[in-house]
Design a protein around this ligand. Structure first.
Ligand code: CP
Ligand code: NVA
Length: 300
């Protein structure tokens, strides 16, 4: 039996809450388990990474496992060996895969043809490990999500999609502001709203940020969109999270960014370095939450 972690909803509402609680215990040092002892995990990264790569690497080692890091450039993936073949080969050697890739259908192919668990380390459509880490960062400060308002300012990208998904699992209100042409896909938005998410969408960052307890943003051009960079710089003018914008948020509001950030584009240096910024807590929490995710995946 293999258990995959592709979406936050895979955990179910109870499971998602349990991940946050377990991450808290792990962060407090109350975890000494060696669940991955004797297991080898391959990390297949088709895009660059600092945080995700390092935090999974450290998590796997701390849990007693071994890991192999693989990119297309140094494997036959870069020479067009089909994923379905790669998945079956990996399943003969390894006990799990942590995968960062482009379209989510690539993860689906690995799940379909492989016989070991697959963990989503970012696709074009989502970044569930990041957003679970961010939810834990919120939970540490304000464990009751029900009265919380979270703002998202910028592109309706992979991280934003996982935030929309999170709003269907945890009872906070999500207010997105994106320029026209960069708003969330309607079908996806409707799917999460039908699943119970409270999400509103506008093209006014001030509307999204007014009264928010947490203000989130991300780069204007994600990995794979480098060629659109100039066009996006034009479209996203006015979507920079500045101290003036943060002043509209609730008293004591926190600024969040998954990183890496482009200072002077989606956020000012002043906000990045300011008192409201919790960006490095977010980065740290990737480690604790991913250990809890690995435990969920491998204790089945
Ligand atoms: N936030 C995040 O996933 O960062 P990396 O791209 O460095 O892994
Ligand atoms: N949206 C960004 C997130 C990076 C962690 C990207 O996909 O490049």
């Amino acid at each position: 039996m293999s258990r995959n972690f592709i979406h936050i909803r895979d955990l179910g509402p109870e499971g998602a809450r349990r991940i946050l609680a377990r991450a808290g215990e792990m962060k407090a040092g109350r975890y000494r388990g060696r669940l991955l002892e004797g297991r080898t995990i391959v990390m297949i990264f088709e895009k660059s990474s600092t945080r995700t790569r390092l935090s999974f690497d450290v998590a796997i080692r701390q849990m007693g496992g071994q890991l192999i890091f693989m990119t297309p450039a140094e494997s036959q993936l870069g020479r067009s060996e089909p994923l379905r073949d790669t998945a079956r080969v990996i399943s003969r050697y390894c006990d799990g895969m942590v995968v960062r890739t482009f379209g989510e259908e690539r993860l689906a192919e690995l799940v379909q043809y492989g016989s070991v668990p697959v963990v989503n380390a970012l696709t074009d459509e989502g970044h569930p490990c990041q957003v679970l880490g961010d939810l834990f960062t919120i939970y540490e400060r304000t464990p009751d999500f029900s009265g919380l308002r979270v703002a998202w300012v910028g592109d309706s990208n992979n991280v934003a999609c996982s935030w929309m998904e999170a709003a269907s699992v945890f009872p906070f209100e999500l207010r997105l502001a994106s320029p026209s042409g960069y708003t969330p896909d309607k079908e996806r938005l409707d799917f999460y709203i039908r699943a119970g998410a409270r999400i509103s969408v506008s093209s006014d960052p001030r509307l999204a940020v007014a009264g928010a307890h947490y203000v989130n943003t991300d780069v204007w051009a994600s990995m794979g969109q480098e060629r659109e960079r100039q066009e996006r710089e034009q479209a996203f003018k006015g979507f920079c999270v500045s101290a003036e914008l943060m002043a509209l948020a609730a008293p004591g509001a926190k600024f969040m960014h998954c990183l890496p950030a482009h200072r002077g584009e989606e956020v000012t240096d002043e906000v990045m370095e300011g008192e409201s910024s919790i960006i490095f807590d977010q980065a740290e929490n990737r480690l604790h939450v991913q250990k809890a995710i690995l435990e969920w995946v491998f204790s089945e």
